[in-house]
Design a binder for this molecule. Structure first.
Ligand code: SF4
Length: 336
């Protein structure tokens, strides 16, 4: 990947939230480590899939990259600008380069606004276009997402779920962004509509040379769209690779367990792991050592004492994994 094409880059990015937890003696202050030590790059025209169980930090990381939250630690650059060094006011001009598509197109579109208002409102803040120009741009975007200009005068409730998600995608494109965070964009849609929206997102990526962070709990959906895939567990990236390397040669026991749910797209069946037992630990009180050790069938003493770092296992496939035993486990999988 050419460094000049990098749109988003993070180094040891972390986000903590202060909260309170109930104890026998009343409320106690606590810290939620939602995202920890995330280092990644996303290039123009590239889709990075982000997978993991609910509550693993995917949405928080997506919202950080979409500039909703500033980092607690680490750095984050958008088109070469270091966001972590900026004050909240200074972040505003960068927002036009980064947009978000949400899971639920019903609640993400204002029901009291026409589609024309929804699409042209952001242009008023970030461009000097006249009203007729804004209207024409909105009509062109609707055409790009497969809807006619007639939709401009209608309200969101007049559309089906798939059509509303097309409008959400058009809205994300209004300011000609370089990077779009899509948080479970098809999981609220009927299965029959999902592939249409995924194909539309693919086409839009090519046409606008977009970089995507595509968040999903569904690995089959990620397999359809992503060029690379990152696996997140308890706020940390535990494995990252090109799509084919991740599905054909997963190294981390947690990834092996996730692959169990998509056997139809896993060529190397020996990499399919066991059903996960129990729930993930709380990010308020994470375990010492490897965050996966309480659920990992391979855990040994070192796993309870030291956090494994992401290490490259295949430079060509840009494949890295965070597991003390990845060589041994991979050897066992190959022997099966
Ligand atoms: Fe399992 Fe240990 Fe690897 Fe963590 S470091 S995934 S506990 S083997």
């Amino acid at each position: 990947m050419d460094r000049q094409d990098i749109i988003v880059s993070t180094k040891k990015l972390s986000k903590r939230f202060n909260t309170k937890v109930a104890t026998e003696k009343g409320w106690k202050k606590a810290t939620v480590a939602a995202v920890s030590d995330v280092t990644l790059d996303i290039a123009a025209g590239e889709t990075l899939g982000l997978v993991g169980e609910s509550g693993c930090g995917k949405t928080t990381l997506g919202r950080m990259l979409a500039l909703f939250y500033l980092p607690s630690e680490g750095t984050m650059t958008i088109r070469g600008v270091d966001v972590s060094a900026l004050k909240p006011k200074q972040v505003k001009p960068l927002r036009q380069h980064v947009q978000m598509i949400f899971q639920d197109p019903v609640s993400s579109l204002n029901p009291r606004h026409t589609v024309e208002n929804i699409l042209t409102e952001p242009m008023k803040f970030f461009s000097s276009d006249t009203a007729p120009v804004r209207r024409q741009k909105a009509a062109d975007l609707l055409e790009a997402v497969g809807l006619s200009a007639d939709a401009l005068r209608k309200y969101p409730h007049e559309f089906s779920g798939g059509q509303r998600q097309r409008i959400s995608i058009a809205r994300a494109l209004v300011l000609n962004p370089a990077f779009v965070v899509a948080d479970e964009p098809v999981s609220a849609l009927d299965v029959s509509v999902q592939s249409q929206i995924l194909n539309l997102m693919k086409d839009i990526r090519e046409e606008f040379n977009l970089a995507y962070l595509f968040i999903s709990h569904d690995l089959a959906v990620v397999h359809h769209l992503a060029d690379r895939v990152a696996v997140m567990y308890l706020g940390r990236i535990v494995e990252i690779a090109t799509r084919d390397s991740l599905f054909e040669d997963a190294r981390h026991p947690y990834t092996h367990s996730l692959l169990r749910f998509v056997p139809t797209v896993v060529p190397n069946k020996s990499k399919i792991g066991k059903i996960l037992q129990g729930d993930p630990p709380s990010p308020i009180d994470p375990p010492n050592g490897c965050p996966f050790h309480p659920r990992c069938p391979h855990a040994i003493d070192i796993c309870k004492a030291s956090i494994p770092v992401l290490e490259t296992v295949n430079a060509v496939a840009r494949h890295a994994t965070a597991c003390h035993l990845q060589d041994e486990i991979n050897q066992q999988s190959g022997d099966r």
